[in-house]
Design a protein around this ligand. Structure first.
Ligand SMILES: [Zn+2]
Length: 477
């Protein structure tokens, strides 16, 4: 290989590059920003995950297994009885009509103050199995775990239906993640940018036939204070009925280790009663008032196991990876539970020739590109858990451009798209190609587009390092 005198060319080259960037940047800068489609990986379900439960039986087995695991390990459990009451969900009617008068009293219930009071009446009055409505156990408190979680799993015969999902939707522009599909992103206001992804948890919703025994129940007496303080005078409730039009148990567990994360019982209570209000003359002339109200109550368990998670600030990246430029030092992002000084964390590098890691999680990369695994092991009161991240020592890709952003081809026509990653010194320069609709145009691994049938589609390139995406609108005539 012929040797080049780099120093001789360095300054002219730098100046030329700067001039090209400056002039080119102004001209095409706007265009390339428009075509920066974000930097998120494509939809890739993790094959290592356990399958979702398909039947009520499988769902109950999954829940029972997760509860048994929690009872043995005695993790931290936060328990909250919570209520949301919407004033629009209460109605007052009377046999003798006069709707206007009763509108006034409906207004009483739909005020923020009344809603707060009705929520509070529930929250403060109830707990479960002798525990307060809000309760938190310590790690290792097996007795209280048993009180809180023992016996909460429903019998199979009590389940009307079961649904499981591990889908979520991510805004490809800003990364906002939701468990339901969305059109406009709440965060960046972009429409149509939601892409379907997988969660690393499975969420199961069981519809139950009846309210579980331990679930706190609503009663007419809870309305006492409110009714009396708002001018009803004394009254006698009769013909009280209580029904539960919706009782659900929603639980979410970690697909990698089967650990329970949340368990929520949700119940709607419909309460109806006749109120005799003889002590208030202006009300009594209309006869008995019929009260009909709907409460939304829930009991939530948040279960936290001791854990350590590396690089969790980037949940959109598949696997756990980070990149450090040769010779540089960078901190591994991590979080752990419990989040206190009692935990001990030990850091290790699988190949000290490639990189080393210090006791605070700072990775120091060697001079040459390579990869190594960094593992952190957390120990806390007899618990031990660990997590790893693959660290690449390399010059990262920062941007991806295509030579064309619009393509028009006749059926059968071909065009070779070229992708260019920057900076030019990037260690991994390869890209993968995708066609949004292969019935209109296909693209091969070298970026050669072949027009198949008339229509419009998008061809996009994805950098193997960093998942930068660039797309080319393709029209086939
Ligand atoms: Zn967004």
């Amino acid at each position: 290989m012929r040797k080049l005198d780099y120093k001789k060319y360095l300054y002219p080259a730098v100046i030329t590059v700067l001039v090209i960037f400056f002039v080119g940047g102004v001209v095409i800068g706007g265009a390339s920003v428009m075509h920066m489609d974000g930097a998120y990986p494509p939809y890739e379900p993790d094959e290592a995950f356990a399958p979702l439960p398909e039947t009520a039986g499988e769902a109950v087995d999954l829940l029972n297994g997760a509860i048994a695991q929690a009872l043995t390990a005695a993790p931290k459990i936060k328990f909250v009885c919570d209520s949301s009451f919407d004033g629009d969900d209460i109605s007052l009617t009377a046999k003798n009509g006069y709707e206007d008068l009763f509108k006034k009293y409906e207004g009483v219930f739909s005020s923020d103050d009344a809603e707060d009071k009705l929520e509070e009446l529930y929250d403060k009055s109830y707990g479960v199995n002798g525990l307060a409505h809000e309760y938190e156990t310590d790690y290792g408190d097996a007795g209280t775990c048993e009180v809180l979680l023992g016996g909460v799993a429903p019998e199979l015969s009590e389940i009307l239906s079961a649904e499981s999902t591990d889908d979520r939707w991510v805004c490809s522009n800003c990364g906002e993640s939701k468990n339901e599909p969305f059109d406009e992103c709440e965060e960046c206001k972009l429409t149509g940018a939601a892409e379907k992804r997988k969660r690393n948890t499975v969420c199961v919703t069981l519809t139950l036939a009846s309210l579980p025994d331990f679930f706190p129940q609503r009663s007419v007496s809870q309305l006492d204070r409110l009714l009396n303080s708002e001018g009803f005078g004394s009254y006698v409730p009769t013909n009280i009925t209580t029904e539960y039009p919706e009782v659900k148990l929603v639980f979410e567990l970690d697909r990698a280790d089967g650990r329970l994360r949340t368990l929520v019982f949700k119940a709607k209570t419909r309460l109806t009663a006749s109120l005799e209000t003889r002590t208030v003359p202006e009300l009594s002339e209309y006869g008995d008032i019929l009260l009909d109200c709907l409460f939304d109550d829930d009991i939530k368990y948040e279960i936290t196991f001791p854990s350590i998670s590396l690089n969790d600030a980037e949940p959109l990246r598949p696997g756990k990876t980070m990149t450090v430029a040769p010779g540089r030092t960078e901190a591994v992002k991590f979080s752990h539970q419990p989040n206190d000084r009692a935990v001990k964390i030990r850091w290790q590098s699988s190949d000290e020739g490639v990189l080393t890691v210090d006791e605070d999680g700072y990775v120091k990369a060697g001079k040459t590109p390579g990869e190594a695994t960094v593992t952190a092991t957390l120990t806390f009161e007899g618990w031990s858990c660990s997590d790893s991240v693959t660290v690449y020592v390399r010059k990262s890709v920062e941007k991806l451009n295509l030579n064309k952003y619009h393509l028009s081809l006749a059926v059968g026509g071909q065009y070779a798209l070229r992708a260019q990653v920057s900076p030019r010194r990037a260690t991994v320069r390869t890209v993968a190609w995708y066609s949004e609709d292969e019935t209109i145009a296909t693209v091969d691994e070298n970026g050669v587009v072949t027009a198949i049938s008339p229509g419009e589609t998008v061809i996009y390139a994805l950098s193997d390092d960093g998942f930068y995406k660039a797309s080319c609108k393709t029209e086939v005539k």
